[in-house]
Design a protein around this ligand. Structure first.
Ligand code: NAD
Length: 490
């Protein structure tokens, strides 16, 4: 079997343009989060590399877009097979590059990356377009859908391959060609995947990957006049910049952004299930999940019981090396991010918050070689006001705030009192309460008595500052195609 990367050597990545690996003359350092050392060089692409990739994607579009959708689906299925056959290697690489624990990369990131290809291969060919008759005018109307052209895809570092394939798969399944730019901090698995494209049967130019930073490669892609569509997942601040840069071109935009997600726990909740799930929702993947819980509202009558059991669980949550199969949390993505997350804990203390466990309270137990890695303990803060930084801003790390509430209406109002609106979880055994609260929350996703159970068919995404548009089976198909209504008078 083809070996995708020799992890023992210093990796030097290349762009993938027009079906070929193309070296770049400038590079960025990429760090191993578990020890803080440079282990990989990533192309520092700019306008010229993006230009070459867009040209290749444009040239490949006529043939790819006119293929039988079933033929495209077969290629996507082959891509899924190939990712699955390289599961172990890709999972190891993802954990090393991102800092997440390898057990999670194996159970989530890489299986999801394969299933993204398989899912869109199976659902997209089955969509039919609409038809409406207007007999009194002797007319009928119908719609046709066509691929848009070259899709620009920009993705973040928390689920590097999974979020990239979640965009590539629907884009190419519906006949577009793509230029993708993964995060400069986690480019390795995207580059490894490029080595599988030829074998999968993806024709040259259909998928092009350009590596580099947002301000250079990212903006060149967003501003390119031949890229009519941008699908972006990342921070709200970057999305504002992308919106400004793409506005003069009237591009189609899909924006999947940050969150400040609440869990609302009522006194009739099943705590046996709620506590371990809230632990996971707060600290899985180091809390670097867009749908992570970061504000926990607990009804007053069970507040002390919840807090004690929750903090006991957090203290047992094991921080370890990404390669440690018993670790539950690995390293954060970068030194800057670690400092930013720790900074929020300091701000919370300055604003009157109390740190119950984690940062500044407990101690990490790491091997000598990993002392400079970007690790921190899962941290729980209480006694914070709703308008404090930690209750308003996305921290995107292993820090969660727990506060009490009295009534249902109060919980809804306080949960909605942020600029974000990505997701929430609600815990109660009262069915009518669950429905009422879920409906009243200003967010795109609500999990009741559970968290992060996904059906890829369903719309995924946020409202308010958490995004514009949704991704999912039908939503992605609609986004990656243009619709036209045709009226025929007979
Ligand atoms: P980021 O916005 O810093 O970067 C995301 C991507 O945008 C990277 O590839 C980056 O290089 C690129 N970029 C940066 N500046 C750019 C510019 N000016 N023009 C074009 N591209 C640019 O985000 P991040 O730190 O990589 O990721 C974390 C954020 O992503 C968090 O806010 C998290 O909530 C969000 N996120 C959201 C979802 C979701 O589905 N809603 C999923 C995962 C992550």
């Amino acid at each position: 079997m083809l070996k995708l990367a020799d992890q023992r050597t210093h990796l030097v990545l290349e762009n993938y343009i027009g079906g070929k690996f193309v070296p770049c003359s400038r590079h960025l350092d990429s760090y191993d989060p578990s020890c803080g050392e440079v282990y990989c060089k990533v192309p520092d692409s700019d306008k010229e590399e993006v230009e070459a990739a867009v040209k290749a994607a444009k040239a490949a579009f006529p043939l790819w877009s006119s293929k039988n959708p079933q033929e495209r689906a077969q290629i996507l299925n082959k891509m899924a097979d190939l990712i699955e056959s390289h599961m172990e290697e890709l999972a190891q690489a993802e954990a090393k590059d991102q800092g997440k624990v390898v057990t999670f990369a194996k159970s989530a990131d890489i299986p999801l990356s394969a299933s993204n290809f398989r899912f869109f291969a199976s659902c997209l060919p089955h969509y039919t377009t609409e038809c409406s008759q207007m007999d009194h005018m002797s007319c009928m109307h119908y719609t046709v859908r066509t691929p848009v052209g070259v899709a620009g895809l920009i993705t973040p570092w928390n689920f590097p391959l999974a979020l990239l394939t979640w965009k590539i798969a629907p884009a190419i399944a519906s006949g577009n060609t793509v230029v993708a730019k993964p995060s400069e901090m986690t480019s390795v698995t995207a580059w490894m995947m490029c080595k599988l494209m030829e074998e999968a049967g993806i024709p040259p130019g259909v998928v092009n990957i350009v590596f580099g930073t947002g301000p250079k490669a990212g903006e060149a892609l967003v501003s390119h006049p031949d890229v009519p569509l941008i699908s972006f997942t990342g921070s709200t601040v970057t999305a504002q910049r992308i919106t400004e840069k793409s506005a003069p071109h009237f591009k189609k935009l899909s924006l999947e952004l940050g969150g400040k997600n609440p869990a609302i726990i009522f006194d009739d909740a099943n705590l046996e299930e709620c506590i371990p799930t809230t632990l996971r929702s707060s600290f899985l993947n180091q809390g670097e999940v867009c749908v992570s819980t970061s504000r926990v509202f607990v009804q007053k009558s069970i507040y002390n019981e919840f807090l004690q059991k929750f903090v006991d669980g957090v203290r047992k949550w094991k921080v370890g090396l990404p390669s440690d199969p018993t670790a539950q949390m690995g390293a954060l993505i970068s030194k800057e991010h670690l400092e930013k997350v720790k900074g929020y804990v300091k701000i919370a203390q300055a604003e009157g918050g109390k740190v119950l466990c984690g940062e500044g309270v407990g101690a990490l137990d790491l091997p000598e070689r990993n002392q400079n890695g970007y690790f921190m303990l899962p941290t729980v803060i209480t006694e914070v006001k709703d308008d404090s930084c930690c209750m308003q801003e996305e921290i995107f790390g292993p820090v969660t705030c727990v506060v009490p509430f009295d009534t249902e209406e109060e919980a809804i109002q306080r949960a909605n009192n942020v600029k974000y609106g990505l997701c929430a979880s609600v815990w109660s055994s009262n069915v009518s309460r669950v429905h009422h609260v879920a409906k009243s929350l200003q967010c795109g996703l609500v999990w009741t008595n559970c968290w992060l159970i996904r059906d890829l068919n369903m719309p995924f995404g946020g409202m308010k500052a958490s995004g514009i548009g949704r991704e999912g089976a039908k939503e992605s198909y609609e986004f990656f195609t243009e619709v036209k209504t045709i009226t025929v008078k007979h």
